[in-house]
Write a protein that binds this ligand. Structure first.
Ligand code: ZN
Length: 205
């Protein structure tokens, strides 16, 4: 497994996306420090704007990328049972507060003669998580990308995440977990497909 930094650099190359303007972030972070009454020139803070600039370049590396490019290469395979990848970890940034939310994605599809490399599902999650995001939209975009690109008979996506905008500020509910799901095709219309999916994801817990 490569580290997230290497992963996002490689993804940027694959996708030819424009880079985040780190200089501009640096200037803005310096402004924030001044605005909260800090001295951005004191020793401990001197490097902070540059550090935050690099960090945001990493955290928002998915802004101009199209996650669907990872689903273009498919393989013809006669396999009609469910494909499920559980526990794909992700870290994203809540677009309402610019605070991280992190959790796991579970992605299932029912192929229609086409399958995709399993690691590509994790790539799609990575691109969608590296941008200002809301969990609900991320869930739906994952489901729709797979449904369209794979011509799948069904797609089921479940995301579970902890939102630091709920745990460290505001209502401060430390252990709250937000679950979202998007069901398409047979997972939406066929209750036994959906029940099978839920049993596979949650059954062993
Ligand atoms: Zn938030």
């Amino acid at each position: 497994m490569s580290d997230p930094m290497t992963r996002s650099r490689r993804a940027a190359k694959d996708n030819g996306a424009p880079a985040v303007d780190e200089q501009r972030i640096q200037a803005a972070v310096r402004e924030i420090l001044l605005a909260v009454g800090e001295d951005p020139d004191r020793e401990g803070l001197r490097e902070t704007p540059a550090r935050v600039g690099r960090m945001y370049a990493e955290l928002f590396a998915g802004v101009h990328k199209d996650p669907r490019i990872y689903l273009k290469k498919t393989f013809t395979q006669k396999y009609d049972e469910m494909v499920l990848v559980k526990d794909i970890g992700f870290d994203s940034m809540c677009e309402h507060h610019l605070l991280p939310f992190m959790g796991k994605a579970h992605i299932a599809y029912l192929p229609n003669g086409k399958i995709v490399g399993l690691s590509k599902l994790a790539r799609v999650v990575e691109v969608l998580s590296r941008r200002p995001q809301v969990q609900e939209r991320m869930t739906e975009e994952l489901a729709d990308s797979l449904m369209d690109e794979l011509d799948a008979r069904g797609v089921g996506v479940i995301l579970e995440a902890t939102h630091t905008c709920m745990t460290i500020r505001g209502i401060r509910k430390a252990n709250s977990l937000c679950t979202t799901s998007a069901m398409r095709g047979s997972f939406q219309t066929n209750q036994s497909s959906r029940a099978e999916l839920m049993a596979l994801i949650y059954g062993s817990r």
